[in-house]
Design a protein around this ligand. Sequence first.
Ligand code: DGJ
Length: 704
Amino acid sequence: MEQKVLTLKGTDTEVVLKIADCTEILYWGEAFESHSENEEQTLSRAIPYGRLDTDIPMTLSPELGRGLFSSPALEGHRNGQHWAPVFVNQSVEQEGDLLTIEATDAQAGLKLISELSLDKNDVVKVRHTLKNEMSGPYSVNRLASTLPLPERAKELLTYYGRWVNEFQQTRTLLTQGGYQQENRRGRTSHEHYPAFIAGTKGFDELHGESWGFHLAWSGNHRMRVDVKADGRRFMQAEALYLPGEIVLEQGESISTPWLYATYSENGLNQMSHHFHQHVRDSILGDRMADKPRPVHLNTWEGIYFEHDPAYIMDMATQSAEMGVERFIIDDGWFRNRNGDKAALGDWYLDEGKYPEGLDKIVEHVNDSGMEFGLWFEPEMINKDSDLYRAHPEWLLAVDGYEQPTGRNQYAINLQIDEAFDYLFERLDHFLSAYNIAYIKWDMNREIVQPGHNGFASGHRQIERYYELVDKLMAKHPQVEIESCAAGGGRIDYEVLKRTMRFWASDNNDALERQQIQRGMSYFFPPEVMGCHIGARHCHSTRRTHDINFRGLTALFGHMGIELDPVKESEHEKGGFVKYIELHKQLRPLLHSGKGVRFETDDEAHLAYGVIGTDQQEAVIMIAQLAMPTNSLSSTLRIPGLLAGAHYKITLLDSPENFNDIVNRQPLWTEQPVICSGDWLAKAGIAVPVLDPETAVLIKLEKIS
Ligand code: DGJ
C-alpha cells in the first residue's frame, strides 16, 4: 500500500501513524500546534551492524515473519502451517475518530482488521479481529493488542490484591526485560486487575508523563511490557486463551477485547480525568445521566442469612427514615439458602422464610419512598441444590476430574443453551413479577476447569455471561445491575458497559477502604464505586471506627449503608442521617467533577477531593490513616482551582474530639478564610492535627 501518515486528534493529545504495508505508531503524546509535510522523516531510524539488514518497524501488530523479534501479536497455525503470517495492509478507512485498517496474508488465508480511535477525552481504544478466510481450521493461541511506549517510560505502576484487599499498587523499574502479568482465574480477579500505568521516572499524581492501560475483559488475560534488546519498548494486552479453545473454521473470526489507553503529560490525576470522562461519556453514556445514584441499604452484614419478612420491613422503615433511597435484600432469600453451602441455582423464593411472598415487602419498600433491589448469583451452583440434582451435567467442568470447590460452589456451563435459558427465565421471572429496580449480580468463585464437551472454553463462558446480562437488560432496560464478585473480583470496562455500580470490596473497614478506593479511582469515577458505611465494629477486620471516619470514607462514591439499622443506637443512626444528608447535598458535584488525589507530605495522610468542572467549588477529604509523623502536620497544597479567583475555605466535617486533642487547630478550621486559587495551589492550607483513623472534610467555594 502507498505510504500514508495519518493523525488522530484528541483534545490535548494526538497519535501519528505511518501506514504502508504495515502500521506503525510514530508518535503518541502531547498534541502538536501544527504539522508540516514529511516531518516524520526526523524519526527514520539508523540500521546498525549486527542486526537484520533492513529497518524493522515496531508495528501495531508485531510479526515474527516480518523480522520483529518481539512477542508476536498473533500466534496460531493451520495444522502446523501458516504459523508466522505476515499481514499486508489493503485498506484504511477513517470514520469520525475511528480508524479501521484491513490487512491480509493471502498465503495463510487470514485477514486482520485493526480498529483504533482517539476520542475527545484523549482515550485511545484499540482492538483486532482475525478472520480465517481459507478452508481448514485455524487454531489461535494468542491474539494481542500492542501499543508502543517511549524509552523514557522507565517505571511501571501495577496492581495486586486479594479478597478484601483489592486495588493495591506496586512500582517496578522498567529496565531490561520487562513485566508480565497473567490471570488464569476465570474472572477479572482481585489478584490481577487488568490494568497498569507506565511513566517517566518518579511520576506521581501531578508530575511526570504517564501512559495508562486497561483491558476491558472479564476473564483470563495476559498483559506485558517488553523492553526490547534494541531499547524500544511496547505494551501488550490480550484475552488469555486456554489450549485449543480458539479454533476458527473458514469464515469465522475472533476479536480481542478493547484495550483502553491514555497519555497524560501531567501525572496520574490527568490520566484519571481522561479515563473518568471517557467512562462517563462513552461507557455509561446517558444510562444514568438524569438519575442521581440512590443511597443504598444492603442487608448482607446486617442479617446475613436470617430473613424474617416482618423484621426486614422494620429495617426498611428505619432505612427510609434515615434517608436511604434503595433497599436491597442480599443473599439468603431463595429456597433452602440458610448458609453458603447449599441452594445456589434454585432461584425460587423461599416460601418458608417468605410465606406471604415478596410483594408485601416490595410494596412496603416502594411506599416508603425507596427502590427495591435483590441479590443473585446466577452463574453458580451448589451440589446441594435441586438444580444440581436435576442437572449434574450443567457443571462447567471436565468429565472425569473432581475440581476443588470455591465457597462450596461450582460454576454453571453457560454454553449449554438449556442452562442459559433456565437462568434467563428465572431472572426474568423475578424482574417481571416484582418492581425490582436493581440487581446485585454476584460471582463468588474462581473458575478452575472451564470445560465444554471436553474442550477448554473459558473465553466463551465470559461471552455467554455478557450475553445473559445483555439479554436481560434488553428486556428490562430500567433495571440497574451492580457487578460484584466476592467484592471487587469483576471490575473492568467491559462489565461496566452493562452495569452501573461495582462492589469495590467486601471489606467495609474504612481504613482499608481508603486505600482500596484510591486504587480503584485511577480508572473509575466515584459514582460507579459502591462504598458502604459498615458497622462500627468492622466485620472483616474487627477494627472499630467512629461514624466520622466511616461516613467520610463512604461519602464520595455511590454511597450505601450495610448493617442492621434496627439494632443501631440513636447516636449511630444520627450519624447515618448526617452523612446521607451530606452526601445528597454534595452528590451532584461529587459525581460530575474532577476527582483529585492530592500529594501529601506525610504518608500518614491521604487526601482526595473533587473539583467542579467549572472550578467554582471543591470538596476535599483529608484522612489521617496512622499516627502523624510530626507534631505539626505540614500543609496540603490544592492545585486545580482558578489561579486568579478567590475561594472561601470552610470546614464541613471533623471528628467529635477535633478540638479536644490540641490547644488550637489551624485558624481556617475556626473561621472561614478566603484566599486565591493560586495561593491554594502554591502555599496551601495547614493540615489539622488528627487522631489516626479520623478525617476532615473541607469545602472551597469561589466568591464573586
Ligand atoms: C459476596 C459479596 O461480595 C457480599 O457483598 C455478599 O453479597 C455475599 N457474597 C453474599 O453471599
